[in-house]
Design a protein around this ligand. Structure first.
Ligand SMILES: O=C(O)CCC(=O)C(=O)O
Length: 229
């Protein structure tokens, strides 16, 4: 966790620009939530100020992400998780669909993806903090679930202030918790993966050509997203 890391004015500008788009999305999709009852995932726009380079190329974040993986990591997801009033507890889960080697699903492997998340509104016990079962990325799934069930493993709720950055291993079991407030709870995330890994597991938006051209070739090489016409 990097506390008070990202500049608040950037996040305020992001929220102000994103909020009408979010409300519009929720109005259209309220009958078909895609992450459980009253819980949505939507791809984030790449139009500034919903997008800012600081969200992808922050030196402190990149040094951690590259230190855990390698210097050639790419960002391949940019999205927002939004529980609403009426949402419940998700099942504990990991954020990958298939093991890398299906014949050895519990093979201990170095990390090849990391999620970097920050909130566009304070996340407290009231509006549904994510809960993470620490250390479970290093355990066979069944054992991790059994140890969570028997309370042998601590499950931590992760409240976030504006500017806090959560860097997590997506294999660590986690779940969304209920948002008991009237306001949507927006947690935005960038996923970084090793360059050779691809799974297209979440919808993404295209980068507008003007935003793409604003990046030098080094920065472009970190962004694995479609570029718009
Ligand atoms: O939004 C959250 O707090 C967690 C959501 C989540 O883990 C999911 O939908 O897979």
């Amino acid at each position: 966790m990097l506390r008070a890391h990202l500049p608040k004015p950037l996040l305020d500008a992001d929220r102000d620009a994103f909020w009408p788009k979010l409300l519009n999305y929720l109005e259209v999709h309220h009958e078909n939530s895609n992450r459980g009852p009253c819980r949505h995932f939507l791809p984030m726009p790449f139009e500034p100020p919903c997008y800012a380079p600081e969200f992808f190329f922050d030196a402190g974040v990149l040094s951690i992400v590259r230190g855990v993986m390698d210097d050639r990591v790419v960002a391949d997801q940019w999205g927002c998780d939004v529980p609403l009033k009426g949402s419940g507890y998700q099942q504990f889960h990991a954020d990958y669909q298939r093991p890398l080697f299906t014949e050895a699903p519990d093979l201990p492997l170095p990390a090849y993806m990391l999620n970097v998340s920050f909130s566009l509104a304070p996340i407290t016990g009231a509006n549904g903090p994510m809960e993470i079962a620490a250390g479970t990325h290093r355990m066979p799934r069944n054992e991790a679930l059994r140890r969570i069930e028997s309370a042998e493993i601590e499950v931590r709720a992760i409240p976030l202030e504006i500017g806090d950055v959560l860097i997590r291993h997506p294999w660590a079991l986690h779940r969304g918790t209920p948002n008991g407030t009237e306001a949507p709870r927006p947690l935005v995330s960038v996923r970084y993966v090793r360059r050779w890994y691809a799974d297209s597991s979440r919808e993404v938006n295209s980068i507008p050509p003007a935003v793409w051209r604003s990046l030098n070739t080094d920065l472009q090489s970190v962004m694995r997203f479609p570029v718009g016409e």
